[in-house]
Design a protein around this ligand. Sequence first.
Ligand code: NDP
Length: 249
Amino acid sequence: MTNKLNTKVAIVTGASSGIGEATAVALAAEGVKVTLVARRADRLEQLTKQISESGGQAISIIADLTDEMQVRDMVFKANAYWGRIDILVNNAGVMLLGSVDGADTEDWRRMVNTNLLGLMYVTHAVLPLMKAQKTGHIVNISSVAGRITRAGFAVYNATKWAVCAFSEALRQEVYKDKIRITVVEPGAVKTELNEHITDTAAKEQFNLWISSITQLESKDIAAAIVYAVTQPPHVNVNEILIRPTEQER
Ligand code: NDP
């Protein structure tokens, strides 16, 4: 533990698996007090226990981030418990790949409502607290898909592109309040993300591709996030694009 962050408090969304889980563990190991947010209560409870058994501090709050009232309630509870919020990792997301033609538009709503609106709701609820503190760091998880388009990725691309645009415009809005914004754009990471794809052909194609390369691990992305949030206050790491060595585009 470097203790650089041991007075800090964080919210990590999508902490019940993958990148969010690894980020919560990595931040807690740095001494950060962490609020774990997702819908799966059992996973969050297990992780809260794991973190406290390792000497860290964490609480879990169940919330569906597509519901603005649940988001506001979650941020209120987190702030009431810890008394401040220094770091927000907007990580929760879904990747429901498939062609535009013939798509189940419910997949589109889930992606837009989670990856984009959910991220915006949490940001909107946290910003007044960070402004009052005159400090804060928001880390938004976009993707290589926020920079590179591919057939079959159109709506996922659109949400992640929007996360990049939102992040940079927000940075320009809040830099005077000493709030830092970092956007992280991972390539393929070994997580549960691909398991939720509903289009069978798209899922098969994606799984074939990821089985042909050595993917990143969630802890690789967590390490990038810890790097960004441990910089001194005058340093704002704006963007981290991180691919597996074997990923071409
Ligand atoms: P996982 O599927 O392992 O994790 C996704 C997390 O998001 C889960 O904790 C899930 O929790 C949470 N989540 C999804 N929907 C909601 C919701 N409505 N409300 C609250 N929480 C929700 O995938 P990853 O760890 O890979 O994904 C994390 C982020 O990283 C995503 O934004 C993804 O787009 C991005 N990313 C991932 C890449 C990869 O290759 N894996 C590459 C680039 C970016 P629960 O179901 O319990 O609610």
